[in-house]
Design a protein around this ligand. Sequence first.
Ligand code: IMP
Length: 198
Amino acid sequence: MKRKLVFATNNVHKLNEIRAMLGDRIEVLSLADIDCHADIPETADTLEGNALQKAHYVYDHYHCDCFADDTGLEVEALDGAPGVHTARYAYPDRHDPEANTRKLLDELKEKNSRRAQFRTVIALIISGEEHLFEGKVEGHIATEKRGTEGFGYDPVFIPEDTGLTFAQMGPDAKNRISHRGRAVAQLCDFLLHDCTTH
Ligand code: IMP
């Protein structure tokens, strides 16, 4: 029988990405698939803490193998901000990608360095054991928005050695080098090659 693994998300884009990488070897279920409609808390002060908090919530309530992710944009001149607050950078109580990007460009106006990195942490709980995976992409923040693809901060993030923002790349080119693509690749490698529990 195929092993089942719950991904603590209902984001269709993320689910499709990982299902494509795991092929038909592991069945990836969403929160909706296990009838979980809770607003899972994310109150830790690190990406690792949030990913673990979400994975443990699912493991403790539904007793199934599962994983969760958390992503942050870490900007050097802002001492690593917005970091764990990336989704709610402009407004603490809501996710407004347009306002987030505007605030970031404003904050960097007077700064000399525009260096930044995206970092994704994935926490996996399988057979009762925790495993963490991390993917990063270094780059810098553009001085204005460019491109129409993608989401979030994509129009202002220029990954190293490309000269293009994520929003100027197609999804395949982005996924090959992106923080999440790299973290997901590590998770899939582990599940398909290193993970000995069946
Ligand atoms: P999450 O942990 O995947 O929900 O990501 C947190 C926030 O980071 C999102 O709400 C986006 O604003 C931002 N973000 C995450 N991944 C990306 C990306 O690939 N491009 C642009 N923004 C991203």
